[in-house]
Design a protein around this ligand. Structure first.
Ligand code: NAP
Length: 182
């Protein structure tokens, strides 16, 4: 399984680190794309086996799984640029972007998609990750749940529970850090 991560910010970078620490994916099968170089250089220093690029299309070509970890307002332009194939699996961590919306931006709306809400503890393999699926089969569901269960606790939920899950499991960690800071 080759995995491309588009966006190396807080979430994309944390997922890349979590995947590299896990046992299911070789570092050499992870490629991370980001427009500016600093975050990629830092990642590469920590995990030299990971490939990095500033070209999203290059990262996505040949990947079995493409993880979108850009801000929600960049999802549309980035997805249009990627031209994903129907046999690829799309994972979006973008808060508030529904499957319906994602399906508008892909060439093959019937492709397998997951919406994932992890939190940044994923880099320490301690995330609570909520997952919703669309057009996926049992094998794909099992693989994605197994992959992310190496990075914490995972739960498959219906898409209509994703917003509540985001407030709790994703923003929750920021609230707790605010209490600690105070
Ligand atoms: N942070 C969390 O705890 C969390 C939790 C759950 C879900 N999410 C979701 O994760 C997504 C990313 O959030 P974040 O907190 O990781 O934001 P972030 O730290 O700002 O990271 C976004 C990254 O995307 C890069 N980027 C910008 N334009 C791009 C493009 N055209 N192609 C490829 N990469 C591009 C940015 O690069 P430059 O900085 O070089 O411009 C930046 O490194 C959001 O959709 C958010 O809803 C975040």
């Amino acid at each position: 399984m080759k995995i491309a991560i588009i966006g190396a910010g807080n979430m994309g970078g944390s997922i890349a680190r979590g995947l590299a620490k896990g046992s299911l994916i070789d570092d050499s099968d992870i490629i991370v794309s980001n427009p500016s170089a600093g975050k990629l250089e830092k990642l590469k220093k920590e995990f030299p086996g990971i490939s990095v690029t500033n070209n999203n299309a290059e990262a996505a070509t040949g990947a079995d799984i493409v993880i979108l970890a850009v801000k929600p307002w960049f999802i549309e332009p980035v997805m249009r640029e990627l031209k994903l194939k129907s046999k690829q699996i799309l994972i979006s961590v973008a808060a508030g972007i529904s499957f319906e919306e994602l399906a508008h931006y892909v060439v093959a709306p019937e492709m397998a998609m997951f919406r994932l809400i992890p939190n940044t503890a994923i880099s320490e393999l301690e995330s609570m990750t909520l997952v919703a699926a669309r057009n996926t089969n049992d094998e794909q569901d099992k693989f994605i749940l197994r992959l992310f269960s190496e990075m914490g606790t995972v739960m498959l939920i219906p898409e209509d529970k994703i917003a509540a899950a985001t407030a709790l499991a994703s923003c929750g960690i920021a609230y707790v850090l605010k209490y600690v800071q105070a």
